[in-house]
Ligand binder design. Structure first.
Ligand code: NAD
Length: 479
């Protein structure tokens, strides 16, 4: 299979290509066109040319096309899920039941939203002030590899629905489903040039896209290091930066422990642990710490690691050999820093069944749990982005808040307690863009999604998406 760019409604190749591989089987899935400055320039020009007509269409017409695109995604859920699972190693239960259906929701939701954009009025005795919201223009949408289809649609849907045009650059590690998104968009009636997709690497394709003078806004999801680089080099633009995380999952002694245990296991091991909002620092009150650690490790040992196309698999392969090596380097580091490894490790543990022949060469690592972790250890401070949990004890409420905030990141957070006052106090005190109380991460598309500190700037979701994809203008009329 060959994957090409989508520029001005046409499939366009590049002289250079790269391979995308299946991280479970190592099979080559496709040869992908490797875009550079020339392809980026052509795509931005196409988006610029398409902008006035698209922005000028009534919102109801754009909404109808977005709704149709959502329906087409729904129709193709099985095919898209299988492709996403092949390309990323994310399990079929996640892609088929959560991630791809959610991608369809992104379009139906923003189809509705774009017809409801209104302004504010601020009448005074001398002036009538009101606000207009205009689309921004050409937007650069950049996605990482972990949940690429969901992320691509999460950006494309509001961007296009609000009247902007886009150049989407997927991660070089997982380009396949976005290529299908381009085809489905044309089928839904998205005009040529409104959505352009350029494949390629960060330096060759991502950098010229972000620094292009005709790009007015950048919605980037990826690592903190890359986000920092983009903000420094892109020049004056609107930014939405959805970056890394190392989110605290705080469990007090008065929590409903069975539910907390379920959610803690889910929030670190689902999506192969390759999840920006993973509850990767599990802070547990001292009085229940030993009991919780033992139960948590027992649960981790039972997690099914294997073929991501198998419905029963919970943890599939890491996206690449390089990422596998990174995750393993932290598993190696943990004991050296003084943490106690309760389960998992560098190789398949004796309690875990063997992998099937089909995936025997996959990039696997088994769920690993470290106890006796000090929050200042590197395994607690760095985003490992794999199925590696750190269990950290705390004394009391003040100590829990101190540890939760003692980190460069501030994406998500989780608090488990049956004490209502404590739940609200801690939720208010944690430095994070999101806090879930007695809950795993449950996304409501109306709420602001995003992080603080090194986890990013800007929020997307509901009217929060106005921040990046719409330009407010104040009109003041003298009375
Ligand atoms: P990455 O930063 O390496 O790459 C992300 C994207 O940026 C890729 O498409 C890449 O090609 C591109 N890129 C790389 N260098 C670039 C440059 N100089 N200019 C422009 N684009 C460039 O991240 P990754 O390894 O693909 O993804 C994992 C990271 O993404 C983790 O840190 C994770 O937490 C984060 N993430 C965050 C969220 C969120 O919503 N906050 C969601 C998912 C993933």
């Amino acid at each position: 299979m060959t994957i090409q760019h989508l520029i001005n409604g046409k499939a366009v190749g590049s002289a250079a290509t790269f391979e995308t591989t299946n991280p479970a089987t190592q099979a080559t899935l496709a040869e992908v066109a490797a875009g550079g400055e020339a392809e980026i320039n052509a795509a931005v020009q196409a988006a610029k040319d398409a902008f006035p007509a698209w922005a000028g269409r009534p919102a109801t017409e754009r909404a109808a096309i977005m709704r149709k695109l959502g329906e087409l995604i729904t129709k193709h859920v099985p095919e898209l899920s299988r492709t996403e699972t092949d390309d990323t190693g994310q399990t079929i239960s996640q892609t088929g039941k959560q991630l791809v259906p959610r991608a369809a929701d992104n379009f139906s939701y923003f189809a509705e939203m774009c017809t409801r954009v209104d302004g504010h009025t601020y009448p005074t005795p001398t002036h009538l002030n009101y606000t207009l919201f205009h689309p921004v223009g050409v937007c650069a949408l950049i996605s990482p590899w972990n949940v690429p289809f969901m992320t691509a649609t999460w950006k494309t849907a509001p961007c296009l629905a609000f009247g902007n045009t886009a150049v989407l650059k997927m991660s070089e590690l997982s380009p396949l489903t976005a290529a299908r998104l381009g085809e489905l968009a044309l089928e839904a009636g998205v005009p040529p040039g409104v959505l352009n997709i350029v494949h390629g690497f960060g330096k060759e394709a991502g950098e010229p896209l972000c620094s292009h003078p005709d790009v007015r806004a950048i919605s980037f999801t990826g690592s903190t290091a890359t986000g920092n680089r983009i903000v420094q080099s892109a020049g004056l633009k609107k930014f939405s930066m959805e970056l890394g995380g190392k989110s605290p999952f705080v469990i007090f002694e008065d929590a409903d422990l069975d539910r907390a245990l379920d959610a803690a296991v889910f929030m670190i091991f689902s999506n192969n642990g390759e999840r920006c909002t993973a509850g990767s620092r599990i802070l547990v009150q001292q009085s229940i710490y030993a009991d919780f650690a033992q139960k948590f490790a027992e649960r981790a040992k039972k997690i099914v690691v294997g073929d991501p196309q198998d419905d029963k698999t919970i943890v599939g392969p890491m996206i690449s050999k390089a990422h596998l090596a990174k995750v393993k380097s932290y598993i190696e580091l943990g004991p050296k820093e003084g943490a106690t490894m309760l389960c998992g490790g560098l190789d398949r543990p004796s309690y875990a069944p063997e992998l099937s022949a089909r995936v025997a060469k996959g990039n696997y690592v088994w769920p690993t749990v470290f106890a006796d972790v000090d929050n200042r250890m590197k395994i607690a401070q760095d985003e490992i982005f794999g199925p590696v949990a750190c269990l950290i004890p705390f004394k009391d409420e003040a100590h829990a808040i101190e540890l939760a905030n003692d980190i460069q990141y501030g994406l998500s957070s989780y608090v488990w307690t049956e004490n209502l006052g404590k739940a609200h106090r801690v939720a208010a005190s944690i430095e994070a863009g999101m806090c879930f109380v007695n809950s795993q991460n449950v996304r409501d598309l109306r709420q602001p999604f995003g992080g603080t500190k090194a986890s990013g700037t800007g929020r997307e979701g509901g009217t929060w998406s106005y921040e990046v994809f719409l330009e407010p203008k104040n009109v003041a009329v003298s009375l």
